[in-house]
Design a protein around this ligand. Sequence first.
Ligand SMILES: [Zn+2]
Length: 61
Amino acid sequence: MADCGGLMEPIRIEYNSKKGYQIVHRCLTCGHIGRNIVLRDVAVQPDDEGAIFHLMRHPKA
Ligand SMILES: [Zn+2]
C-alpha cells in the first residue's frame, strides 16, 4: 500500500505523452509502485536533475 510508511526508492523514469516525464518509485517495504510527474516548471537542483538523467540511462528495474 502507498501509505504503509515504507521508503520509496526511485527506480526508473517513464515518459507519458500526456503527462511528460514521470519518476517511478517502488516501496522498499511492500513493493508498491508509485509515479510522480516531474514538474519541469519547478526549479530543480542540479544534483536532482543529474539523478533523473542517470536513472533514465540506468534504470534499476
Ligand atoms: Zn509500502
